[in-house]
Ligand binder design. Sequence first.
Ligand SMILES: [Zn+2]
Length: 282
Amino acid sequence: MRLGKHVSIAGGLDKALDRAHNIGCNAVQIFVSNPRSWQAKPLAAEVIKKFQDKQQELEITPVVVHAIYLINIASPKDNLRDKSLQALITDYQRAVTIGANYLVFHPGSHTGSGSKKAVKRIAAGINKLLAKIAGDTTLLIENVAGAGTQIGASFGEIDEIFDLLDDPSRVGVCLDTCHSFSAGYNIAEEEGLNTMLRKFEEEGPGLDKLSLLHINDSVYKLGSHKDEHAHIGEGEIGEQGFAGIINHADLKTIPLILETPWFDDRDDDPDVKLIKKLRIEE
Ligand SMILES: [Zn+2]
């Protein structure tokens, strides 16, 4: 099982790998720029080397980068959309530079301009980015809870984006369990989980495009369209829900990333421990 957690890069990019390793992870997710700022200075060569040496030493894979939160490449406002694409390009460039396997981003919100146009803007942005920067980092579209005018709570919308891509081989999907649940898929139960996976296959881009799972419990109820992550077993999906998810035949080979809050003791993460306990290895 590849299991990681979103960890801080405070003190240097390579410190994130130590943090993940210290809590028993063999995968990691990080921000490579300030998630709440548009500004980003280039990464120094020594920073990159330190990171890659440590990654090899600790055998951490995959390395996942999460794009900054401000990005909305679906925006009808030219200014915000251009800024967003530039920030996504910067994050992608950095992800490629450090040798990250994946860059995850949220598709964005149409803010009243309608889903169809927004889907076109998202696909156009992805096409521009991938034409501009070569690299082995796969860009992952994350599903969302569907608050307000967000794109990407429905698998059909994600599929529409894929249909407009020039090179879909460089793009995949990250499913977040909290977002799926609050979007209305009852993945806390086996039947609901199977329904979601069938819909992803039939209406979405298909299971061969599913590259990553964000595993978070949900503070809010099924179909609430609210996005707040809870510790595993402490939310509405629950411990048994996660046992079903992480041991499902279709999901067993997919890397798992926790995006749950940090615990005070930084060498001991109950979420990591619980997922390991729930996992059935053949
Ligand atoms: Zn997520």
